[in-house]
Design a protein around this ligand. Structure first.
Ligand SMILES: CC(C)(COP(=O)(O)OP(=O)(O)OC[C@H]1O[C@@H](n2cnc3c(N)ncnc32)[C@H](O)[C@@H]1OP(=O)(O)O)[C@@H](O)C(=O)NCCC(=O)NCCS
Length: 298
């Protein structure tokens, strides 16, 4: 299978993006960004990038993924700064896990640097392990912004039933960290042993319920008792497959939302920053955010 990446600008190509959105965010037409809006965005500094897949010998490929974003403004102590805000990325379920998402983000990184900007932001549900692995581990974003119910009620099949809490990640596209993660000699992902060796502890050790689903480690943690100077590295566990957990129990999913909302909000207020993510695949996969306070050598 050959994957080619290109910028999309014509209404006919953008209509394919509209169709693909309906396949990724099923069940609600109102959550889809229509062609006219995509055209307006790309004619005003925004970017829609598509990934096309073709089998050997096939001349034209079919759209398997896209990423879409636009320039935005961010308030800083030095005044307003320009950034790119990446609003949506979707890969058709049939083509996931084949680095198409990574390739789309890499192309976006190149284009935005070409526009002379050094900062890209986007939001994602912090309980989604796959997205966290891609965004934090592979792409090198960092996060200290927790947005509560950012989009209000979302009615599509992926989001229905829970408040739309989000991490907003920062992608410093000219930083050494990001350049290294995107280079051919990217550092291998670190595992728990590396972080345990660095003194990290899991803040919310989970247990499993009778059906094997992870249950958040109680809400009795007291972040006020943590001295960040003494504990510069923390691990926070999340479910490895939140969509499956939510399909099995909306109540448990809501408990995870409540638990992680409080935890991350408090930790970000204390000055912690999400700098890495550890995903341990296998029969019982597990997933952990790594939070750092101050300087970290890891
Ligand atoms: C998020 C999304 C765009 C990623 O696309 P993709 O093409 O599958 O992404 P990639 O293959 O480049 O990267 C996925 C990574 O997650 C890993 N992964 C798979 N399941 C995982 C899990 N449960 N936990 C952690 N990582 C996981 C994959 O192994 C891969 O990493 P690798 O390249 O190191 O092997 C796609 O899953 C999607 O369309 N999701 C629904 C819409 C969405 O959430 N969009 C983003 C917010 S707008």
């Amino acid at each position: 299978m050959k994957v080619s990446i290109r910028i999309l600008e014509h209404p006919d190509e953008l209509a394919e993006v509209e169709r693909l959105q309906a396949q990724v965010w099923t069940g609600s037409e109102v959550e889809i960004v229509p062609v006219h809006m995509l055209v307006a965005v790309v004619h005003n500094g925004g970017l829609v990038i598509g990934a096309f897949v073709a089998e050997e010998g096939e001349p034209a490929g079919k759209l398997a993924g896209f990423v879409f974003g636009f320039p935005g403004l961010v308030q800083t102590p030095d005044g307003l700064h320009l950034k790119h805000h990446s609003h949506m990325m979707g890969v058709h379920p049939q083509y996931r896990g084949q680095q198409i998402g990574f390739a789309l983000k890499r192309a976006q990184w190149q284009m935005v640097r070409h526009q002379g900007l050094n900062h890209i932001t986007w939001t994602y549900d912090p309980l989604l392990s796959r997205n966290a692995h891609l965004n934090i581990t592979r792409l090198g974003t960092v996060c200290n912004t927790y947005l509560e119910d950012e989009y209000g009620t979302l009615r599509d099949g992926l989001n229905l039933g829970l408040p739309s809490d989000r991490f907003q990640v920062d992608w410093w596209v000219n930083s050494a960290r990001v350049n290294r993660r995107l280079s051919r000699s990217a550092r291998p992902a670190l595992d728990l042993a590396h972080y345990y060796a660095g003194g990290a502890q899991v803040l919310n050790p989970t247990r499993q319920d009778a059906s094997g689903w992870p249950v958040p480690g109680g809400d009795d943690f007291a972040t006020a008792q943590i001295d960040p100077a003494e504990r510069p590295l923390l691990l926070v566990e999340i479910p490895s497959d939140f969509h499956a957990l939510k399909a099995a129990s909306t109540e448990l999913a809501a408990a995870w939302r409540k638990h992680t909302r409080r935890l991350f909000t408090e930790l970000f207020q204390m000055g912690y920053l999400v700098t890495d993510f550890v995903y341990l695949p296998g029969t019982h996969p597990r997933s952990f955010y790594v939070l750092t306070y101050g300087e970290s050598t890891l």
